[in-house]
Design a protein around this ligand. Structure first.
Ligand code: HEM
Length: 231
C-alpha cells in the first residue's frame, strides 16, 4: 500500500498524482467553460448571475469544492515541476533539432519543457484571475456591483473588465497558453491510461489538439465578445 510520502517522492507516484489531478482539472475547465457560456445567453447577464448564485448557494459544499480545486492545482503543479526536473536530470543534453525516433518524435519528452513554461504561465494567470473575479481584489468600489435583492452582479464586473482592451489582451494571451498546455495534456492523459494503440499516435495527438483548441477557443471568444459589446 502506497503511503502519501511514497506517492509524493517516487517517480511513478508523481506520475499518478499528475495524471489524476490533470483529469480533475480537465473536468473543471470543461465545467467552467460551460458555466461561462451563459455569458452569451442574454445581454443583462441574468443567466450568468443565476448560474453564479446557484454555485454560491451551495454554501459549505461550495467552499469544500473550492478547497478541493485548490488542492488539485497545488498537487498538479508540484508533481509537474518535480517530473520536469527529473526529466531534465535524466536527459541533460538537448534533443538534436529534427531528430526522430522510429515511431516519430516523443511527444512526452519534447513537450515537457513546453508544458512547464505553459503551466507556469497558466498558474500566474489563475492567481490574477481568481483575485480579480472570485475575490474582486482589483475593484476599489465593489458596492457598485451589489444586486438589489442581495448578491453580486458578477456579469457587470466581468463585462467592465472586458471593456478594457488591456485585460482582453491579457486573457487572450493566457488562453493561448492554456490551449498549448491542453494540446499535449489531453494527449498525455489518454496515453497514460493506455487507450492509445501504438499505431494511433498521430491520430490521438490530432484529436487531443482539436479538444485543446475547442476548449481554448471557447474561453478565447468570451472576452472578445464582451469587448465588442462594450463599444
Ligand atoms: C474568458 C474566460 C474566463 C472567464 C470569463 C472566467 C470567469 C470567472 C468568474 C466570473 C469567476 C468567479 C466565479 C465565482 O465567484 O463564483 C471565475 C473563477 C475561477 N476561474 Fe475563471 N474565467 C475564465 C477563464 C478561466 C480559465 C482559462 C481558468 C483556468 C484554466 C479559470 C479558472 C478559474 C478558477 C480556478 C476560478 C475560481 C473558482 C472558485 O473559487 O469558485 N478561469 N472565473
Amino acid at each position: 500500500m502506497y503511503s502519501l510520502k511514497t506517492l509524493l517522492t517516487s517517480g511513478i507516484g508523481r506520475k499518478l498524482i499528475n495524471w489524476a489531478t490533470a483529469v480533475g482539472l480537465f473536468g473543471f475547465v470543461v465545467m467552467h467553460l460551460l458555466g461561462n457560456l451563459t455569458l452569451f445567453a442574454n445581454d443583462d447577464g441574468t443567466a450568468f448571475n443565476a448560474y453564479a448564485a446557484a454555485l454560491h448557494s451551495l454554501g459549505p459544499a461550495f467552499y469544500l469544492i473550492e478547497i478541493g480545486l485548490l488542492l488539485l492545482f497545488v498537487f498538479h503543479i508540484y508533481s509537474g515541476i518535480t517530473m520536469w526536473r527529473q526529466n531534465r536530470a535524466a536527459r541533460p543534453q538537448k534533443y538534436v533539432a529534427g531528430q526522430k525516433s522510429k515511431n516519430g518524435p516523443s511527444h512526452y519528452n519534447l513537450s515537457s519543457t513546453k508544458m512547464a513554461i505553459s503551466g507556469i504561465a497558466i498558474a500566474a494567470f489563475v492567481i490574477i484571475h481568481v483575485a480579480q473575479f472570485r475575490f474582486q481584489l482589483f475593484t476599489s468600489d465593489v458596492e457598485q456591483y451589489a444586486l438589489e435583492g442581495g448578491g453580486l452582479d458578477l456579469y457587470a464586473l466581468v463585462a467592465d473588465v472586458f471593456s478594457n482592451p488591456g485585460w482582453v489582451a491579457f486573457y487572450c494571451g493566457a488562453i493561448l497558453f492554456l490551449g498549448w498546455h491542453l494540446r499535449h495534456g489531453v494527449w498525455s492523459m489518454v496515453h497514460s491510461i493506455g487507450s492509445m494503440n501504438r499505431g494511433g499516435g498521430k491520430t490521438s495527438y490530432a484529436v487531443a489538439a482539436v479538444i485543446g483548441l475547442l476548449l481554448a477557443l471557447g474561453f478565447f471568444v468570451l472576452p472578445i465578445y464582451l469587448y465588442v459589446g462594450s463599444l
